[in-house]
Design a protein around this ligand. Structure first.
Ligand SMILES: C[S@@+](CC[C@H](N)C(=O)[O-])C[C@H]1O[C@@H](n2cnc3c(N)ncnc32)[C@H](O)[C@@H]1O
Length: 201
């Protein structure tokens, strides 16, 4: 869902409690590919010109702060060669992509990573919906960067059955990733995925 393209009544919104996360600089040589890097463009704010931000929405890319190279592109069909990046990030982006497309996004993130490369993922964990009228979740979020603090909020369709960290772990492993680190803090899912040095048959 894109909240700008649809009239949304207040009654449909469910606000979760504000979450807070702190981000450290991301060590990597070469470019960092940020999936869905429009909007606040948090990874772009963190790493500036080291970032290539792709997003299907020209407007969201235009709104994001300057720094990254911004390219209109769909995460399900990345126009990069195999093994092009050491790091791929998706900061609260998968919540905006229909679940039926998630497996393809993981396949593409895996493909464009070099062997040994890492995929860093942040997203929201949500319980099953209880109020059928409230089909949109809003996650107020405070992001602490090394030299800035950003108060924002991300709103997207609330999956009826809910969605937790296992959904992402399952898709990541099916795509070939190893889970290097995983954490749940409040409603925030953080995953560090690694593409093995040698792909298994
Ligand atoms: C609102 S942003 C979320 C947070 C953003 N990463 C940030 O740092 O602020 C999510 C973005 O994902 C984009 N998006 C949705 N589906 C996409 C897809 N299939 N491929 C690439 N971007 C997509 C949306 O256009 C939106 O700009």
């Amino acid at each position: 869902m894109n909240e700008h393209q649809e009239e949304i009544s207040e009654a449909r919104l469910h606000f979760f409690e504000r979450q807070e996360i702190a981000l450290e600089h991301i060590p990597a040589s070469g470019y960092i590919l940020d999936i869905g890097g429009g909007g606040e463009g948090i990874i772009g704010q963190l790493e500036g010109e080291r970032v290539i931000a792709i997003d299907t929405s020209e407007r969201e890319l235009a709104e994001a702060p300057a720094g990254p190279l911004k390219i209109i592109m769909d995460a399900t069909n990345l126009h990069f060669l195999d093994g092009a990046f050491e790091v791929v990030t998706a900061f609260f982006t998968l919540m905006y992509i229909p679940e039926a497309e998630h497996a393809q996004v993981f396949t593409e993130m895996f493909r464009v990573l070099a062997p040994g490369g890492r995929c860093l993922l942040w997203d929201v964990a949500c319980p099953p919906r209880t109020d059928l009228e409230q089909d949109i979740l809003v996650l107020p979020l405070t992001v602490k960067l090394p030299d800035a603090e950003i108060a924002t909020g991300y709103g997207a369709r609330w999956p009826e059955a809910g969605r937790g960290i296992e959904h992402y772990v399952m898709l990541a492993e099916a795509a070939g990733f190893e889970v290097a680190a995983r954490s749940m803090q409040g409603r925030v899912i953080t995953l560090e995925l690694r593409k093995p040095q040698q792909e298994t048959e």
